[in-house]
Design a protein around this ligand. Structure first.
Ligand code: SF4
Length: 408
């Protein structure tokens, strides 16, 4: 039976933590690539020369990597796990005896130094740069998407969207309200949207009341991602309000930034219908030279049997349509007393047939039975829309991305 085992505190141990971390442990594979050498230099201006020494920022970032890799979302739990787990201790460089920081250190730094120095952005960009150097980023086909992040805002402490609130007064005591006011006119934050939310959170007014998940509505933000499709490397990320305009604005910001920072010139962009507005397609094609792989709907279809827009032929050179009766529709047929703008606020130009032509036309009952003459609206971004439409028709089954491979 042997002697009963009695736990005894030894005075000295000969122990190598490195020997106890298996060769195939995930953290070993990660450790080979983690290089946080630039971290201290980046943060130096944000630390004081005097006072008690602070917690090593590299230790905190390594702990956050552990939390991310092993799905430990609570920082309190993360501290306990790192304290007890040998492999985590080894990865964080704590040895057997090293002290694990208190969990409150994370939130203090996140709201303080990390935020002021934009440290997490710096780390993110360093990582993407490394992926580019290692050849993991193809730099041609990209995708953009958004996902909802539940905000830490309570419906009980919200107000109806139609109620008047003195935000200026509230901003004096609340940082989140001040930040909300600072970004209120920022188009990328959805300033252009006229949608009135049903509820507004008093503690975090930038959070959006959304029912987008089909279940119960809640306050949320959006994280937007720009992803290189070769190896699914996220090359940029941007937080925004959870409304479509803001998400489209964030997509533009990311596309511009990926070019400015990393020199990534996108050839193709895959996205869902939310990004298929005529304006966004026009921006992609005309301003950035990017092929849009975005499903678009043709709203010009008619169900009453009259001629559809597709029955009218557009002549690019002369900028006019020719109708099935062989007549021309131009954008300026009528001389108005009060001159109207050619392009309306939605970016549409109207091409009109002459009333004289239509009155005398045998095809009128099939064309414009209830109007004096036929009109064809055309978006100034029509070319981009048509391009997206043609690419979507070309969709390669099973690729998950409309036509992305066929256009290589
Ligand atoms: S009704 Fe007018 S627009 Fe239509 S086919 Fe005849 S001439 Fe052309």
């Amino acid at each position: 039976m042997g002697e009963r085992t009695v736990a005894q505190e030894a005075l000295f141990y000969g122990f190598s933590i490195d020997r106890h971390v298996p060769a195939n442990h995930l953290l070993r594979s990660i450790d080979r690539f983690v290089d946080l050498s630039g971290l201290r230099a980046h943060l130096r201006p944000f630390y004081s020369e005097i006072g008690r020494p602070s917690i090593d920022p590299e230790l905190m970032i390594r702990m956050l990597i552990v939390g991310y890799c092993f799905g430990i979302r609570s920082e309190r739990r993360l501290c306990e796990e790192v304290h007890l787990n040998l492999a985590y201790r080894w990865f964080c460089g704590l040895g057997l005896e090293g002290d694990v920081p208190d969990h409150s250190t994370f939130s203090k730094n996140r709201h303080g130094r990390f935020r002021d120095s934009d440290l997490l952005r710096e780390l993110f960009e360093t990582t993407v740069r490394r992926c580019i150097e290692e050849g993991l980023v193809g730099g041609e086909g990209f995708a953009v998407d958004a996902s909802l992040i539940k905000a830490d805002a309570n419906k009980q402490r919200s107000t109806e969207g139609s109620e008047t609130v003195d935000w200026e007064a509230m901003a004096e005591t609340s940082r989140s309200v001040q930040e909300y006011l600072d970004t209120l006119d920022d188009a990328a934050w959805g300033a252009a949207s006229e949608t009135k939310p049903k509820f507004i959170s008093r503690s975090d007014p930038a959070a959006q009341w959304t029912g987008a998940m089909k279940g119960h509505a809640f306050f949320a933000y959006t994280t937007n991602y720009l992803i290189d499709l070769d190896n699914a490397v996220i090359v940029d990320v941007e937080a925004s309000r959870a409304i479509r305009q803001a998400e489209v604005g964030a997509a533009r910001t990311m596309i511009e930034r990926a070019q400015d920072i990393f020199g990534l010139y996108l050839d193709r962009l895959a996205a869902d219908t939310a990004y298929g507005s005529a304006e966004m397609l026009g921006w992609l094609v005309q301003e950035r030279g990017i092929e849009p792989h975005v499903p678009v709907f043709d709203k010009s279809e008619r169900r009453d049997g009259t001629f559809e827009r597709a029955d009218f032929a557009y002549d690019h050179e002369r900028d006019l349509y020719t109708c099935p009766g062989g007549k021309e529709l131009r954008s300026r047929q009528v001389a108005y007393k009060n001159e109207r703008p050619l392009v309306d606020e939605d970016g549409m130009v109207r091409y009109r047939a002459s009333k004289l032509d239509c009155d005398a036309c045998a095809l009128k009952p099939q064309c414009c039975p209830n109007a004096p003459a036929r009109k064809i609206p055309r978006s100034i971004h029509e070319g981009a829309h048509n391009m997206a439409h043609d690419i979507a028709k070309d969709r390669v089954p099973g690729s998950g991305v409309s036509g992305i491979h066929s256009h290589r």
